[in-house]
Design a protein around this ligand. Structure first.
Ligand SMILES: Nc1ncnc2c1ncn2[C@@H]1O[C@H](COP(=O)(O)OP(=O)(O)O)[C@@H](O)[C@H]1O
Ligand SMILES: [Mg+2]
Length: 310
């Protein structure tokens, strides 16, 4: 944490969030089992933001992304993307939403591309399906493969490309129809650090060039230096947020990260497990309001007010 007060981009500010989730719940129901994957999740993403979601396995990241992609419907709460209400959309509206309003990249490289089509044909396909003319589709594919640095691989089949190259083609495919939102579920999960860097670079480039809003789910701790903001999910709720900002001092500009704990509309915040363990805080703690601060103490400690201290 840094002590200076940073400018927080649009908390509740002027431009409406592109993604707005409030008190979002998702219960996965199978034959005998109900799993609560999202339990009151709050999230806002600005239009044109490049942000990442991190969290342990099973914390609900993919569930959230599938809901935002229109692949799955939430159980309760509020979820809006570009002003569309994801809880009330009909099946037909969801189909149109998936086709034109959102691009999606899966972790498994093989799931993103059609194996018997070249890189260029893979990018052209979603355009042809939308009725774009062949010549225009070719131009758009060329432009996108150029943007992800793969012009020289346009005629290669997926199996002739490295994993990193396949994922870069997948980004081009996902953006073919110019969706305003790009969602990527662990796009670098099967890649080494250098290939992962190429993916982040391509995503950053397209975000800057085309203004597409980008949400990346990842395990990669390096992500904080590649995006504007990282939101951590714990047990189906957003818990923490890290902002990247440039700080100038003595003519030198450096990148600093400001870390925040999120407070939900009911006033709940999540204390990191390590902090609780360090202070042996179990089921209850004591809360004291001090001068400009809040103190959380183990219940075994009786805090002696300054005036009673010896
Ligand atoms: N289709 C499903 N049916 C039942 N349970 C599911 C389903 N998808 C996810 N879950 C459960 O929901 C929780 C969150 O999963 P997921 O969103 O995949 O987390 P993450 O992507 O963060 O690893 C996990 O406990 C997982 O087992
Ligand atoms: Mg997942």
């Amino acid at each position: 944490m840094t002590s200076s007060a940073p400018a927080i981009p649009d908390r509740d500010g002027a431009d409406a969030p592109y993604i707005l989730c409030e008190d979002l719940f998702k219960i996965h129901k199978s034959d005998e089992l109900e799993v609560v994957a999202l339990r009151g999740l709050d999230l806002k993403v600005r239009p044109g933001e490049l942000m990442a979601i991190v969290g342990a396995s099973g914390s609900g990241k993919s569930t959230l992304l599938n809901i935002l992609a229109g692949l799955d419907q939430p159980s309760a709460g509020r979820a809006f993307v570009g002003g569309r209400d994801l809880l009330t959309m009909t099946e037909g509206e969801l189909v149109r939403y998936r086709r034109s309003a959102v691009g999606f990249i899966w972790q498994q490289t093989g799931r993103n591309l059609i194996p018997y089509l070249s890189a260029a044909r893979n990018v052209e396909l979603p355009l042809m399906l939308e009725g774009v003319e062949a010549a225009a589709a070719r131009d758009r594919a060329r432009e996108l493969l150029d943007a992800v640095g793969l012009s020289h691989r346009r005629d290669h089949l997926p199996e002739q490309l490295s994993g990193g190259e396949q994922q870069r083609v997948s980004i081009a495919v996902a953006l073919a129809n110019r969706p305003p939102l790009l969602l990527a579920d662990e796009p670098t999960g099967e890649l080494d650090a250098i290939a992962a860097d190429g993916i982040y670079e391509a995503l950053g480039e397209l975000n800057a060039q085309q203004g597409v809003t980008v949400v990346i789910v990842t395990h990669d701790p390096e992500i904080a230096s590649r995006v504007d903001r990282v939101v951590a999910i714990r047990d189906g709720r957003t818990s923490m947020e890290i902002f990247r900002r440039a700080e100038r001092s003595g003519g030198v500009t450096r990148v600093v990260h400001d870390e925040y704990v999120l407070v939900d509309s009911a006033g709940r915040l999540q204390v990191p497990r390590e902090f609780l363990d360090r202070l042996s805080i179990g089921e209850r703690a004591r809360l004291f309001l001090g001068e400009g601060r809040l103190e959380v103490l183990p219940d075994s400690v009786r805090r002696v007010p300054p005036e009673e201290r010896p």
